[in-house]
Design a protein around this ligand. Structure first.
Ligand SMILES: [Zn+2]
Ligand SMILES: [Zn+2]
Length: 169
């Protein structure tokens, strides 16, 4: 992976690669974080993917569905980059990653009360079921949460936060 970072850094001098605990692109600080403990092919693929986000200058997005578009675009960029560098990315791996996002987005959008697939509200922080009118809050989704190498990252499962005051409204 170090070789790949060197290759990418010399090819794109504007990019900043920062060691961390996870692979991610931070649009705020314009850094590509890479998991120092990661080795092997998958690590290179992740690195290329995050570089894809960086080269496409992906910033924040609002609606959940936009995220999937950006993910697809980042993989496309990663694919062409891999070709230029003589690396090959397993197509199944790309589809698996995208499926993970699809599942995640789907879970966010399903009503916790009646399981109807629902629409994200204009504030992007809530979903509302058109069937039973339950409203629930979803966490803001970003490419990179504020993780730093010093902080231990705990994977927080995607949970629905039902609004406590919903019944009162
Ligand atoms: Zn991504
Ligand atoms: Zn419902």
């Amino acid at each position: 992976m170090d070789t790949l970072i060197d290759q990418l850094s010399s090819r794109f001098p504007g990019l900043k690669f920062t060691p961390g605990t996870q692979f991610c692109w931070s649009p705020e600080t314009r850094e590509i974080f890479y998991k120092t403990a990661a080795r092997g092919k998958r690590a290179s693929w992740s690195l290329l993917h995050e570089t894809g986000h960086a080269l496409l200058d992906h910033k924040s997005y609002h609606a959940d569905f936009e995220l999937l578009k950006l993910e697809v675009a980042a993989w496309e960029r990663a694919r062409s980059l891999a070709l230029e560098l003589g690396v090959s990315i397993d197509e199944d791996h790309i589809q698996d990653c995208l499926d993970t996002y699809r599942d995640w987005l789907y879970k966010r959008s399903v009503c916790p009360s009646c399981s109807t697939k629902s629409i994200q509200q204009n504030d992007y922080a809530h979903y509302r079921c058109f069937n039973c009118r339950t409203t629930w809050r979803v966490t803001a989704s970003r490419f990179c949460r504020s993780y730093r190498s010093t902080k231990k990252v705990t994977q927080t499962p995607v949970v629905f936060h039902l609004l406590d005051d919903f019944q009162a409204k």
